[in-house]
Design a binder for this molecule. Structure first.
Ligand code: MLT
Length: 200
């Protein structure tokens, strides 16, 4: 039977990467990034189910940086269910999320609301998705946050607050602030690949 999210799955080594695209992206966007970050790794890449003037996203927002938290909770539950379906269908262990922008915000919400779903996460240009998230237990799950020092969408204090929320929920967080803005650069690839390579 078809799974609940339109997606691409590429078989490979475990744990798989769960690729979560940014606003206006789709399930194909991050495949090249996933291959660069972890060559040979299984890739599971769903398309966000919310459309904002035609642009796919993983949850609704009221304005840039102003989120619909009721929708975030609902969509995070939907995505958690999809990960369960995909794990059963493809025989996978718990994935490590790699999310960019809106996809990173959804990965953060998944960690906070459904702490058993992800084995870890790389959050690229993430911000706080929920003012009052539940609190874990994330039991030492590894999380890498890569922020941009000149990011016009994510203020540094906001990324730091997210790092704190995740730590309080029990994650083992590494937060690095790279030169550059909201877009990804070569340093993101280098840092994230090295970090993923160091995971057990
Ligand atoms: C979001 O809506 O999740 C953030 O503003 C990032 C974005 O997608 O632009």
């Amino acid at each position: 039977a078809a799974l609940s999210f339109q997606h691409v799955f590429e078989p490979g080594s475990e744990p798989p990467l769960l690729l979560l695209h940014g606003t206006g992206g789709d399930e194909h966007d991050l495949l090249p990034v996933g291959r660069l970050l972890a060559p040979g790794r299984a890739l599971l890449s769903p398309r966000g189910q919310v459309l904002e003037r035609g642009a796919p996203r993983f949850f609704r927002r009221l304005a840039e940086g102003v989120f619909d938290e009721v929708d975030i909770r609902r969509r995070a539950a939907d995505l958690a269910a999809f990960v369960g379906e995909a794990r059963a269908a493809y025989g996978l262990s718990a994935p490590v999320a790699v999310g960019f922008s809106n996809g990173a915000n959804m990965a953060a919400a998944l960690l906070l609301l459904h702490p058993d779903v992800l084995a870890g996460a790389v959050l690229l240009r993430a911000m706080v998705p929920l003012d009052e998230p539940g609190s874990g237990p994330l039991d030492g799950r590894p999380v890498l946050i890569l922020s941009g020092a000149m990011d016009p969408i994510v203020p540094e204090a906001n990324a730091q607050q997210l790092a704190r929320q995740l730590e309080e929920a029990g994650a083992r967080v590494r937060h690095e602030i790279l030169p550059g803005g909201h877009n990804l650069g070569q340093q993101d690839v280098t840092r994230a690949a090295a970090w993923l390579g160091g995971l057990p």
